[in-house]
Design a protein around this ligand. Structure first.
Ligand SMILES: [Zn+2]
Ligand SMILES: [Zn+2]
Length: 200
C-alpha cells in the first residue's frame, strides 16, 4: 500500500510538470509570441538575448508553480500520515487533515516526541526500575534495619517503629523470641502463631 502511494506521488511529481510544459509549448498563442519576439532579439546585442532566455526559462517555470505547491502539500500530508501512524492511532486523520496545511502546523507543534513502540519500551523500562526500587527498598528494610513505612533507622530488636508506630517484630507467645510479623510459625520453638501478641 505504501509503495503504491509513493509511486503514484513520484509519477505525479515527474509527469505533472512535463505535461504542463508540453501543453504550454503546444499552445499556439505562446508559440506566436516567441516567434514574434525572435527577430527583435536577434537584432539586439547578446546581453538582452541572455536576459530573454532567462525570461523564457522563468516563463516555463511559472506553470510548474501550482504543481510544485500541490506536490509539496501532498508530500507533507504523506509525511504526516506515515509519521502520525507511528506516533498516534490516528495517522489517517492527521494525514488527510494536513492537506489543509493548518492541521499540519498544529501536528508539528503537538507531535509526540516518541513513537508508540518507543513509548512501550520506555514504560516497560520504568516498570522494571520501579520493581527494582521496591525490591531494594524491601531488602534495605529487612537487612539494614530501616522502618519500611517512614525510613527511620531502627534496631533489629525493636518491636515497633518509634517514629510511626509500625509493628516491626512480634514476640513468640511460647518462647519469647522476636519474630517477623508476617511469620505464622516460630522458627525457634516451632509453635504456631495464631494471634498477635499486641491484640491478645
Ligand atoms: Zn516508622
Ligand atoms: Zn517461639
Amino acid at each position: 500500500m505504501k509503495k503504491i502511494i509513493v509511486l503514484a506521488f513520484v509519477a505525479m511529481m515527474v509527469f505533472g510538470p512535463v505535461v504542463n510544459v508540453l501543453a504550454v509549448d503546444g499552445d499556439p498563442s505562446v508559440v506566436d509570441t516567441i516567434q514574434l519576439g525572435d527577430p527583435k532579439v536577434s537584432e539586439t546585442t547578446s546581453e538582452p538575448d541572455f536576459f530573454s532566455s532567462i525570461a523564457k526559462f522563468f516563463d516555463t517555470l511559472i506553470p510548474m508553480v501550482p504543481w510544485a505547491l500541490l506536490a509539496s502539500v501532498i508530500f507533507i500530508a504523506m509525511w504526516v500520515y506515515f509519521d502520525a501512524s507511528r506516533r498516534t492511532n490516528y495517522g489517517w486523520i492527521w494525514g488527510i487533515a494536513s492537506l489543509l496545511v493548518v492541521p499540519w502546523l498544529i501536528y508539528l507543534a503537538w507531535r509526540p516526541p516518541y513513537t508508540i513502540e518507543e513509548m512501550k519500551l520506555i514504560e516497560a523500562d520504568a516498570n522494571l526500575r520501579r520493581i527494582e526500587k521496591e525490591y531494594y527498598q524491601y531488602v534495605l528494610t529487612k537487612e539494614k534495619y530501616i522502618c519500611g513505612v517512614c525510613g527511620t533507622p531502627v534496631q533489629p530488636d525493636y518491636q515497633v517503629c518509634p517514629s510511626c508506630y509500625k509493628e516491626l517484630k512480634k514476640i513468640c507467645p511460647s518462647c519469647g523470641k522476636l519474630l517477623d510479623p508476617e511469620w505464622h510459625i516460630c522458627p525457634y520453638c516451632a509453635s504456631r502463631i495464631t494471634d498477635r501478641p499486641k491484640g491478645a
